[in-house]
Design a protein around this ligand. Structure first.
Ligand SMILES: NC(=O)c1ccc[n+]([C@@H]2O[C@H](COP(=O)([O-])OP(=O)(O)OC[C@H]3O[C@@H](n4cnc5c(N)ncnc54)[C@H](OP(=O)(O)O)[C@@H]3O)[C@@H](O)[C@H]2O)c1
Length: 398
């Protein structure tokens, strides 16, 4: 018995120390890294026109974008903070690369960004990565797109609109699945009736189901950042906190379905694109989050432990078979005070495959000179049909 208790005590101490270790904040370097030598900067493009930097290139999504870049006539330079992950990818694709941490590295970021017309910022969670890159693009005069779905990050970007305009750069968040298809569809239906006052979006992520992970590790960790914050919705033009997400039970094609309200970025981006004062987004519920997960995600230490578990045990992202076979369906509906309504649907390819294409389609537009200064949204600048350029997307009026 004493032996068993001894073993249990050792296991308990080990678990407590491990949790303490993985829940520590990553120390931010006190001193900035040394200035990049001219020999490194001299390797970068001499003329910035048409030059694209992919930051976070060796993550699941960055890699997908880098691999597809040549299809859009883009020859990117790849960047990230870890050379041992960056170099093999750059070598395999035949692209140049530059090792560049984000934290406490403003001067080096600016020097590098001055060689590029646009940065595709693909490193997240953006709660931690957006600000240093945005500070640097403002000073360097480099256009910026990212894939954030973190509403507080998008709001912080919107709040810097004037600064981006003064720098004469375009900052366009969320150029992936969240929110290119929804924002384009929302602009499309909003144009069908006069003065729409209500917009409701319903996402079905497994319209055509396929085996394999639904989300990448980066998406799961970014989701934790959202779980740790109050759930908001757009009501009468304001973002208001909700005590609990709304649930809708309905029948579709004779089958019971539950719709769960989610904090999709449309509540900010489509407000900018359409001006509709009430916006709600739902997804077809495929499972329930355990209540303990919500509680653990409320604390910084809890999110770090969950992030460690995701990094070490979750699959990297949807496998190629899921990317090829899975489809999603999005339905957007608008209505106005006169009782008019309009509805349309999109069928899209799998969310990450769509993201690889949509990011590059927008990068291509920017280097072709199609951009507007300040904080911008996809549907507002490029219109409702941009999403139809993604292979496999179809739109139907309902
Ligand atoms: N809007 C959409 O539809 C959409 C679609 C896909 C992805 N995303 C978002 O895009 C982001 C990346 O997703 P992913 O699938 O590529 O995730 P991932 O596979 O986990 O990759 C994350 C990338 O970010 C880098 N990174 C993280 N923190 C960093 C920091 N502090 N400094 C420098 N680099 C850092 C990582 O580098 P290390 O390995 O060195 O940490 C890695 O390169 C996530 O926020 C995700 O939510 C959004």
């Amino acid at each position: 018995m004493r032996y068993v208790l001894g073993v249990l005590a050792v296991v308990l101490i080990f678990v407590v120390l491990s949790v303490y270790w993985v829940s520590r904040p990553t120390p931010v370097p006190v001193n900035p890294p040394p200035p990049l030598p001219n020999s490194v900067l001299d390797q970068l493009p001499k003329e910035r026109k048409g030059q694209v930097l992919i930051y976070g290139a060796y993550g699941f999504t960055g890699k997908g974008i880098a691999e597809l870049a040549s299809e859009y006539g883009i020859v990117p330079v790849l960047a990230g903070r870890n050379e041992s992950k960056l170099k093999p990818l750059a070598d395999s694709l035949g692209y140049d690369y530059i090792v560049l941490p984000l934290e406490n590295n403003h001067d080096n970021l600016v020097k590098v960004l001055k060689h590029f017309e646009i940065v595709l910022h693909i490193a997240g969670p953006y709660t931690h990565t957006a600000k240093p890159m945005l500070d640097a693009v403002v000073e360097a005069g480099t256009h910026y797109v990212d894939l954030t779905g973190e509403n507080h990050v998008i709001q912080a970007e919107l709040d810097r609109d004037e600064e981006f305009k003064r720098a004469n750069i375009m900052v366009m968040p969320a150029v992936g699945y969240d929110v290119v298809p929804t924002d384009c569809l929302n602009v499309y239906v909003a144009d069908k009736i006069s003065q729409p006052t209500q917009l409701t979006v319903v996402l079905n992520g497994s319209y055509t189901a396929a085996e394999g992970a639904q989300a990448s590790r980066g998406t799961m960790k970014s989701g934790l950042e959202m779980l740790g914050r109050p759930l908001l919705k757009r009501e009468n033009g304001e973002m208001v906190a909700m005590a609990t997400p709304e649930l809708i039970h309905r029948k579709e094609n004779g089958r019971e379905q539950t719709l769960l309200q989610i904090p999709w970025a449309d509540m900010i981006t489509s407000y900018v694109s359409t001006g509709i004062p009430n916006i709600e987004v739902f997804q077809v519920q495929e499972g329930e989050l355990p209540p303990w997960l919500l509680r653990v995600a409320q604390s910084d230490a809890g999110r770090r432990v969950l992030g460690w578990l995701i990094d070490n045990f979750a699959p990297e992202g949807p496998p190629p078979s899921a990317q090829e076979n899975r489809q999603t369906r999005i339905v957007s509906t608008v209505s106005n005070e006169a009782g008019a309504t309009a509805s349309a649907a999109l069928i899209t390819p799998e969310a990450y495959l769509l993201t690889f294409h949509s990011t590059l389609i927008i990068a291509r537009r920017v280097i072709d000179g199609q951009w507007e200064p300040g904080f911008q949204t996809v549907g507002k600048v490029y219109g409702p049909d941009l999403v139809l350029e993604v292979p496999g997307v179809t739109r139907t009026d309902l």
